[in-house]
Structure formats: structure tokens, C-alpha cells
Design a protein around this ligand. Structure first.
Ligand SMILES: NC(=O)C1=CN([C@@H]2O[C@H](COP(=O)(O)OP(=O)(O)OC[C@H]3O[C@@H](n4cnc5c(N)ncnc54)[C@H](OP(=O)(O)O)[C@@H]3O)[C@@H](O)[C@H]2O)C=CC1
Ligand SMILES: N[C@@H](CC(=O)OP(=O)(O)O)C(=O)O
Length: 375
């Protein structure tokens, strides 16, 4: 039976992955083996088949016994373990959430509703590293993959509204702590309807500026504010998150030789786990909106078009509405006054599901079924 080593199952992305695998009955037909850098010898996650022993995730010999390794452990783990495994001749499949291997020549970025055909080709040609894409990129492609498929996109500029979860579990906690701190500081003033809103605003501003305001992880207030910087600086003035938009999208689409220009500003906002994006799309031709919407919704089973009215937008096109679901709504679809070939859309998606865990569990299924058919 195929053995699948799972590393990083305790973390945020890994826990979402475990939940999805249990929900989809993915555990079956292979032998799961759980690894941890800190819990070796303890009991693993409950996957409905009784307690699982946990092995040491730094034990390269044990990992090398696996046919497939799935890692949600993070980039430094990948940097250390992946080369060690390959150097000792391991030819197994490596599926990873971390960005480390995404742009290597030997890897495939997996987002099967968009690039299943390329994944199949990669399997046939012997590719062994299958890496989940950047969350913002994967969610953008889930939203408007239909327009890419039709070759209707000349370029895109994306303005993002990215959730705290993209920065990690501690950052999510810090966002909630910041919200709590602000709420507490204004509580007495809010209780008195006669208090001026400007007094409340002054109180909030003072709390945001207080040296004790919790900013250890974000480095700045996020609640009642935003942070227009994600990831590290690139030499050309982009942040790395912005660079990933063009680099990863074109790799996922297999267009590295003939890339579609994509650029914009990536901004952290006070949402918990859904990234939102406003896209300006330069179309290759003037297409009617109904034709555009048809192409968007027919691209995959999760994307929907939200009618461009206030009530439906408020109820269906927000992080609050989408959080914890696999749905990828696309709304505010209209032509810009810039011209008939300038389209704008707004889209929201769960950053931990389609943005991280879901492409990995589906890549595992594809690889297992490939191994099964090759056996
Ligand atoms: N966060 C995100 O939204 C996204 C993350 N990714 C990538 O996924 C990878 C993992 O990210 P993420 O899940 O956020 O990382 P986490 O920090 O949540 O988890 C990583 C590891 O930390 C260890 N750990 C230490 N203390 C705890 C604890 N109290 N609870 C749970 N785990 C703990 C666990 O390893 P051990 O069992 O060995 O102790 C765990 O596997 C990163 O490479 C990231 O780039 C990709 C897309 C989106
Ligand atoms: N950088 C993303 C999250 C993430 O982990 O991205 P990547 O997998 O590309 O490092 C964000 O902060 O929202």
C-alpha cells in the first residue's frame, strides 16, 4: 500500500487540511504516517481510525520510506529536509504548502481546477515536486480562471485586501487582541449615547498610538487600520507578495515563456481568513458582460457570480459571508468608464481552503490515482 507521510498537521494550514481530508473521506487506500518536529512518540490526529503514532519529522531515513510526503510545516523545514531527502536518492512525491520550491524548474504549482492537464503532463514526465500556490494567486485564478482559459486577458492589476491568517496564527490572535483592546478602551464612551463621536474617535486614536497596544507580530495596528505591505521588499519596489502575482500565475498557467502582465498593491486588512481582491482586467476585446459572466461561472464548480446590486453584494461578497467555505464569489462585475475593454470585478475566497489546504489534498488524490493507474 502507498505510504503518505504527513508533516505540519498540527499547524493552521495542516489542521484545515486534516479536517478537509476527513470530511472528504480521503484517508483510505493509503497508509498515513504522521510526523512532527516536536511531538514524536505522542499521539497523532484523530482521523477516525484510532490513535496514530507520531514519528520524528527530522528523521530523513524514516521520511525516505514514504512514497509521498505532504508538508504544511513551513519554508525552513522544506529548505532543510527536501534537499536532504533528494540527495539521498529519494524519488517519492513531495507535496508542499510552502513557497520554497514553487519557482524551481523541477516543480509544478498545483491548482487542479485550473491546471489539471498540466499536472497530468507533469506526472507523466516524472515531476516529483507538487507545490501549492500563493493564496492570493490561487484565489484569483479560482475566480477568473475562465477568462484566462478563453485568452481574453491582456493584463491585470490587482488590489488586494488580505486577511490576518496569511501572516499566521499568532497574527490572527493579535488582530483579535487589537480589536478587543480598542473595544475595551471605548466601552464607557460607547455606553453613553450623549458622548460625541469625535471623543470616541480621539479615544481610539490614542489607544492605537499607545506603546502598549499589541503590535508584536504585525509591527503596526491592523484593527481600525490597514498595512499596505506584505512579505519582503523586491529590488524593483514591489513586495514579494506582489511579485508572486505575475510569477506564479504564469507558471500555473504554463505561460512562463509568454507571460500575462499582472501587478498591483497587496494590502493586509482586518479580516480573519478570507482574502479579497479588486481586479482591473484589460480585455483583449470588447465582450458583453453576460458572455464574461458565463465564462467565469463555467470555469469550475466553486466560482459564482454575485449580481451587481447592494443587497446581494452585502449578503454574499464579503469575508464574513465566505469564511470557512470553498465558495469563490465574484461580484461588482462591470465595465469601467475607461473603455469597453476594461473590466472590474471583486472577489473573495477563504485563504486557508482554496488559498492553502484544498489544492494540496486534491494534488494528493491526483498523485494517488496516478500511482494506482500506473501500478
Ligand atoms: N498561513 C497561511 O495562510 C498559509 C501558509 N502557507 C504555508 O504553510 C506553511 C505552514 O503555515 P501555518 O500552518 O500557518 O504554520 P503554523 O505555524 O500554524 O504551523 C507550523 C508548525 O508549527 C508547529 N507548532 C508549534 N507550536 C504549535 C502549536 N501550538 N499549534 C500548532 N502547531 C504548532 C507544528 O509543527 P510540529 O508538529 O513539528 O511542532 C506545526 O506543524 C508555511 O510554509 C506557509 O508559508 C501557505 C499558504 C497560506
Ligand atoms: N503571503 C500570504 C500567505 C502565504 O503564506 O503566502 P506564501 O505561501 O506565498 O508564502 C499572505 O501573507 O497573505
Amino acid at each position: 500500500m502507498v505510504s503518505v507521510g504527513i508533516v505540519g498537521w498540527r499547524g493552521m494550514v495542516g489542521s484545515v487540511l486534516m479536517d478537509r481530508m476527513v470530511a472528504e473521506n480521503d484517508f483510505g487506500g493509503f497508509e498515513p504516517v504522521f510526523f512532527s518536529t516536536s511531538q514524536a512518540g505522542k499521539t497523532g490526529p484523530d482521523i477516525g481510525t484510532g490513535p496514530q503514532p507520531v514519528l520524528d519529522a527530522n528523521d530523513v531515513d524514516k521520511l525516505a520510506e514514504m512514497d509521498v510526503v505532504v508538508s504544511c510545516q513551513g519554508g525552513s523545514y522544506t529548505e532543510q529536509i527536501h534537499p536532504a531527502l533528494r540527495q539521498r536518492g529519494w524519488r517519492g512525491y513531495w507535496i508542499d504548502a510552502a513557497s520554497t520550491l514553487r519557482m524551481t524548474d523541477d516543480s509544478m504549482i498545483v491548482l487542479d481546477p485550473v491546471n489539471h492537464r498540466l499536472i497530468d503532463k507533469a506526472l507523466e514526465s516524472g515531476t516529483k515536486d507538487y507545490i501549492g500556490g500563493n493564496c492570493t494567486v490561487s484565489l484569483m485564478l479560482m475566480a477568473v480562471g475562465g477568462l484566462f482559459e478563453k485568452n481574453w486577458i491582456e493584463w491585470i492589476t490587482s488590489m488586494t485586501y488580505q486577511s490576518a491568517s496569511g501572516a499566521g496564527a499568532n497574527n490572527m490572535r493579535e488582530l483579535v487582541a487589537q480589536m478587543g483592546c480598542l473595544g475595551d478602551s471605548a466601552k464607557a464612551l460607547l455606553a453613553d449615547p450623549a458622548v460625541s463621536i469625535l471623543d470616541i474617535d480621539r479615544q481610539i486614536s490614542a489607544t492605537l498610538a499607545d506603546p502598549d497596544f499589541p503590535t508584536q507580530y504585525f509591527g503596526a495596528p491592523l484593527a481600525a487600520s490597514l498595512i499596505p505591505w506584505i512579505d519582503r521588499a523586491m529590488e524593483n519596489g514591489q513586495t514579494r507578495e506582489e511579485w508572486k502575482g505575475v510569477a506564479e500565475t504564469n507558471k500555473i498557467l504554463g505561460r512562463s515563456q509568454n507571460p500575462i502582465p499582472i501587478d498591483g498593491q497587496c494590502v493586509r486588512v482586518g479580516a480573519m481568513r478570507c482574502h479579497s481582491q479588486a481586479l482591473t482586467i484589460k480585455l483583449t476585446e470588447d465582450l458583453p458582460l453576460n458572455v464574461i459572466e458565463d465564462a467565469i461561472v463555467s470555469a469550475n464548480d466553486w466560482v459564482t457570480v454575485i449580481p451587481n446590486d447592494k443587497a446581494t453584494t452585502l449578503s454574499g461578497l464579503s469575508p464574513a459571508a465566505v469564511s470557512g467555505t470553498l465558495g469563490v464569489p465574484v461580484g461588482r462585475v462591470r465595465k469601467l468608464i475607461l473603455g469597453p475593454d476594461y473590466l472590474t470585478v471583486f472577489t473573495v475566497g477563504d485563504q486557508l481552503l482554496w488559498g492553502a489546504a484544498e489544492p494540496l489534498r486534491r494534488a494528493l488524490r491526483i498523485i494517488l490515482s496516478y500511482l494506482d493507474s500506473a501500478a
